[in-house]
Ligand binder design. Structure first.
Ligand SMILES: O=C(O)CCC(=O)C(=O)O
Ligand SMILES: [Fe+2]
Length: 362
């Protein structure tokens, strides 16, 4: 699968600190009278048209995971089917208060409303800094920039937060706890759907020290949305990603070679499989390419929490899911923190990181 975006201009090499060099896309987008986008953000090829706008994602009722044995088994079956057929699904009845999600989203909006100078304080210098805010994805290697600002926070096992706006830290702490719990329950269910003991991942990967990252993405209104890109096609590095948004669409995923829109049910979370679940399941469940497109009607904000193994873990296919003859391990192990660094220091491009550790079939 090749990416559909190609560059037209080649701005000079950016520094690691993108805000100092380029400023936020929010600042540019809010310029009065902006009617076209600068070449720095212009792609020559539009994103492929959506092929199947009506297709909708599987829906999983989270509350049934703790239902009676019949309900539990039914939802495990649904989880397995969703993971295998889509790699993406929506979760309802998850028990995370809607008021908490809304407050977290509006607190992130307030963060992006800070001045550039205030945000630069959180810019970070290295991709593994636990607090990092910036624009695009990695401006030091990109030829054309993405129409996106971000804030990335390592929230587990150590909790890191910004202190502006007021109250952000407390909200994030509660949000991280609730999303982390939901993520662990989902992982147990998914593990069971693979035919493994529900606690297999927890034990084998020492998930007491699991690494969670929160990524807040801001995609301001764009006067030429068909020429810009919020985030290019990519897969996520972790085990699972749990995503919510401010009610404005833009997330698309590749399903059966067609891009489909994700239209989340209100008060649901969108879950997708990351590269490390693909590795652990020896390719039975695959991480799925997704991207974020932009629009000229409303600013979009998405909040993604990536749940992964501890940073020093080396994940390999579960021995019970491999067979030396018929299904040998298809990926070599790499330390999780090195895998993240590999993704974050390169261009965000398809499944290029996973491809590096795939063992070719003989
Ligand atoms: O904004 C979105 O919906 C997608 C974000 C995303 O893919 C990511 O943060 O990895
Ligand atoms: Fe993603």
């Amino acid at each position: 699968m090749s990416s559909t975006v190609e560059s037209v201009s080649q701005p000079s090499q950016a520094s690691i600190q993108p805000l100092a060099k380029f400023g936020c896309i929010k600042t540019l987008a809010e310029k009065p009278g902006l009617s076209s986008i600068p070449p720095t953000y212009t792609f020559t090829k539009n994103p492929d048209p959506i092929s199947d706008p009506e297709e909708s994602l599987p829906v999983v009722d989270f509350s049934l995971l703790s239902g009676n044995p019949d309900e539990h088994n039914k939802v495990i079956y649904q989880l397995g089917k969703a993971c295998q057929e889509y790699g993406f699904f929506m979760v309802v009845n998850h028990g995370v208060p809607e008021s908490l999600v809304k407050a977290m989203i509006s607190s992130c909006e307030m963060f992006f409303d800070l001045t550039e100078e205030e945000k630069r304080e959180y810019e970070g210098k290295d991709v593994m800094d636990p607090i990092r805010c910036g624009t695009s994805f990695n401006t030091s290697v990109e030829k054309v920039l993405f129409w996106r600002d971000y804030l990335k926070l390592f929230i587990r096992p150590e909790f890191h937060s910004v202190d502006k706006p007021a109250g952000f830290r407390e909200l994030l702490l509660e949000y991280s706890k609730r999303i982390g719990e939901m993520g662990m329950e989902l992982l147990k269910g998914i593990t069971e759907s693979l035919g493994l003991e529900a606690c297999y991942i927890e034990k084998a990967l020492n998930m007491e020290n699991s690494f969670h990252i929160l990524v807040a993405n801001l995609y301001p209104r764009c006067p030429q949305p068909e020429r810009a890109m919020g985030m290019p096609p990519h897969s996520d590095f972790g085990l699972l990603t749990l995503l919510t948004q401010n009610g404005v669409g833009g997330l698309q995923l590749l399903h059966n070679d067609k891009w489909i829109n994700v239209n989340p049910i209100p008060n649901s979370f969108v879950i997708n499989i990351g590269d490390h679940l693909e590795i652990l399941s020896n390719g039975k469940y695959k991480s799925v390419l997704h991207r974020a497109v932009v629009n000229n009607a409303a600013t979009r904000l998405s909040l993604a929490v990536g749940i992964g193994p501890p940073l020093d873990a080396v994940v390999s296919p579960a021995p019970d899911l491999t067979d030396a003859e018929s299904n040998p391990p298809a990926y070599i192990g790499m330390k999780y923190c090195e895998y993240i660094r590999l993704q974050q220091t390169n261009q965000l491009k398809g499944k290029s990181c996973l491809d590096k550790i795939r063992i070719p079939k003989i």
